[in-house]
Design a protein around this ligand. Structure first.
Ligand SMILES: *Cc1c(COP(=O)(O)O)cnc(C)c1O
Length: 413
């Protein structure tokens, strides 16, 4: 009997307005960039694109770090590459935790066989520099691994003073800027941050699948000690590092550095279409200007928040430390089924907003206004739709109040 292939339907996802905590709608230019012909990673033309990506992301990260490159995989691939490559078994790693992604970093550090020192505060707040310095003094960690913005709580950790503290106590400062970069001010060099990882699918408005990272000479020195190369590609003059081998091959930054650098030492096959996407994301962000982009995120979230409050909703978390690209809103008591509201927004209006995890599960919705999605039309659409859906679920907001309040923010600039 002839085999009957099962083909399913043509791929035609319904159009959505992605206003959750990520992923977000992709810039159309980025989608186009992903459809150009791929090349091999040793094609001189493609090497030139790789060099351009490094130069573009130095500007996005605001750094002079030579080592500014892409890790193939979603944002957590960047986190794993950075943490596994620096942390040797037995190293102490301090993880200040103010949300879900802090816990993720303790988990990655544990798998890297670190001695993990978790430092927890209540969700919805951020750390004072003094709290971190006290832990640095007490534990003398090799690394401090912290989020800038933790989308799970929508809080933004001030970092300007943490870098200097880490230098003083001889720790490597590693920052997860996945959720915040390009939507909130971020300064790699000026804030003395040693190592940063991010992803494309938040304020950079790309598809998930590649993780831009940058790291400085303090990190390179550690990596050089741990440098080992696969036998099959080892150059005759290669000198092995005397430190412990990095436990992951795919995420070995010492090898990845040589792959991106002038040696062009073979490692993985470059995810060419994702590299094109990352290149275009950076071009879009830099074309607008980082400061202008951050200002757009600040204004948009201000309009959204004014609208939500005018509807009689309460915002979540410490007002002084909110991210400019995600807003947490308390689910009102009258609403018995928060997920029902989200489902109605999705099915009736095509708008996705986010739920929450851990202690906030069932209590908070999260609304993203990031990157390409961070615009007036989306705020007005979201408020209009939310007002309607809330009314149908038993919460009556004053008609039109949300949209009017948002308009007012725009009218006053
Ligand atoms: C969204 C987010 C991530 C995402 O990681 P993925 O592997 O891309 O899912 C990582 N860190 C933070 C702080 C985030 O907000």
């Amino acid at each position: 009997m002839a085999e009957v292939a099962q083909l399913f339907e043509d791929l035609e996802p319904s159009p959505r307005l992605l206003m959750g905590p990520g992923p977000v709608d992709v810039y159309p230019r980025v989608l186009r960039a992903m459809s150009v012909p791929i090349q091999g990673q040793f094609d001189p033309e493609f090497r030139r694109y790789m060099g351009q990506v490094m130069a573009l992301y130095r500007q996005v990260f605001r750094t002079k770090n030579a080592q500014t490159l892409l890790i193939d995989g979603t944002a957590r691939a960047g986190l794993e590459a950075c943490m596994h490559s620096v942390i040797a078994p037995g190293d102490k790693v301090l993880v200040p935790i103010f949300g879900r992604f802090g816990h993720l970093k303790t988990e990655i550090a544990k798998r890297a066989r670190a001695e993990v020192i978790p430092l927890e505060i209540t969700w919805g707040t951020v750390f004072e520099p003094g709290q971190i310095e006290a832990a640095l003094k007490q534990h003398k960690p090799r690394m401090v691994a912290i989020c800038q913005g933790d989308t799970s709580t929508t809080m933004l950790q001030p970092l300007a003073e943490i870098g200097a503290l880490c230098r003083k106590h001889d720790a490597i400062l590693f920052v997860d800027a996945t959720a915040s970069l390009a939507g909130n001010a971020f300064e790699t060099d000026a804030w003395q941050i040693d190592m940063v990882a991010t992803g494309l699918q938040k304020c950079l408005s790309g598809p998930p699948g590649v993780a831009p990272v940058t790291f400085n000479e303090r990190v390179v020195e550690i990596l050089n000690h741990r440098r080992h190369v696969e036998a099959g590609i080892k150059p005759p003059d290669f000198v092995e590092g005397n430190g412990p081998i990095i436990q992951s091959n795919y995420f070995d930054l010492a090898m990845i550095m040589d792959y991106w650098g002038p040696k062009a030492l073979n490692h993985h096959t470059e995810a060419a279409s994702m590299l094109y996407a990352a290149r275009e994301c950076a071009r879009v962000v830099l074309e607008e200007g980082i400061d202008a982009g951050v200002a757009r995120h600040v204004l948009t979230s201000k309009a959204l928040r004014a609208g939500l409050e005018a509807m009689g909703l309460e915002l979540y978390g410490d007002a002084k430390h909110r991210m400019a690209n995600v807003t947490g809103v308390m689910i009102p008591k009258q609403i018995k089924n928060g997920d029902g509201v989200r489902a109605a927004l999705l099915t009736d209006f095509g708008i996705e907003i986010g739920t929450s995890f851990g202690p906030l599960a069932g209590k908070v919705w999260r609304i993203g206004t990031m990157g390409y999605g961070c615009r007036k039309a989306n705020v007005l659409r979201c408020l209009t739709a939310l007002e309607t859906v809330l009314r149908r679920h038993g919460f009556g907001a004053p008609a039109g109040a949300g949209v009017d309040a948002a308009y007012k923010v725009y009218d006053n600039g």
